[in-house]
Design a binder for this molecule. Structure first.
Ligand code: R5P
Length: 268
């Protein structure tokens, strides 16, 4: 592995814990101004100090994020369809040159295993990895779930393994309660979990805790952070689970503590 690739990976994964908290705010690339991201700058800026990288499109990055923010940028580089269309109909939207120009630490795209455009999206991944290897740029493959597919270990394991075989350096997939460790075992590159739809804070912390306990390398979480009643407290609690081995109750208390602290510092 070349120095550039190693250096980017070291900026993604905390060298001490070996894990990562990525903040996913790319949802608008097919959902438009979704809940919690209607005013991206207002939502994202207070969370930046607590994430290891920001998973974002170039449009939101250029228009809403200050270039002096020190948070590493992980760029979404695929897209095409809107939420009204066939979601698997994705292609590469952002060039490697652009990722380098934006000083990205990694690039991410979706593959749609079991969906209409499965083959094209997997080829997209292959093409992206070919180019990324030339520049020492880590590639994150996002395994989207087909509408008909159950989010179980068999399916998630299949999609994650295919992503790694094609050359992804990291995989983002969903957590499943049963046999998640088999998904991890079957995939030779680090797996981070997406959070999925908003669920109660304690349940989201439990999901992160379970995923980490079963071998996940971190989270790339969006809605369960930015749609939380207190996003800053929530991301800190997630951090405590991922990087500091907090259990769910400890992280939840920490979360509440921070909430109180924040209220009092505002009042002061
Ligand atoms: C999907 O639109 C994106 O890849 C998100 O980045 C991913 O689903 C993670 O976000 P969330 O935790 O909200 O599922």
């Amino acid at each position: 592995m070349d120095w550039g690739m190693k250096n980017r990976l070291a900026r993604i994964f905390n060298p001490k814990s070996g894990k990562t908290v990525m903040l996913a705010v790319d949802h608008g690339y097919f959902q438009g101004p979704t809940t919690g991201l209607k005013k991206p700058r207002e939502t994202i800026m207070p969370l930046l100090p607590y994430c290891d990288s920001l998973f974002v499109t170039r449009g939101i990055l250029r228009n809403c994020i200050s270039p002096s923010a020190n948070t590493p940028v992980f760029l979404r580089v695929s897209g095409g369809p809107s939420v009204l269309g066939e979601l698997s109909n994705e292609d590469l939207t952002t060039s490697m040159k652009e990722a380098l120009r934006l000083n990205a630490v990694g690039v991410g795209l979706s593959i749609f295993v079991g969906e209409k455009n499965e083959d094209r999206t997997i080829s997209n991944l292959g093409r992206l990895v070919n180019e990324a290897e030339e520049y020492g740029m880590p590639v994150l493959a996002i395994t989207a779930v087909g509408k008909e597919m159950a989010r179980d270990a068999r399916y998630l394991g299949l999609a994650s393994r295919i992503a790694a075989e094609i050359g992804a350096h990291m995989v983002k997939t969903y957590y499943c309660e049963e046999d998640f460790e088999k998904v991890i075992e079957g995939c030779p590159v680090p797996i981070v979990i997406a959070g999925g739809k908003k669920i109660p804070e304690k349940d989201a912390l439990q999901m992160a805790f379970n995923a980490i306990s079963k071998g996940a390398a971190g989270v790339d979480m969006g809605r369960n952070i930015f749609q939380s009643e207190n996003p800053v407290a929530m991301i800190q609690a997630i951090r405590a689970v991922v990087h500091e081995n907090y259990n769910v109750d400890e992280a939840f208390e920490f979360n509440k503590l921070k909430e109180k602290k924040m209220v009092s510092s505002v009042v002061e």
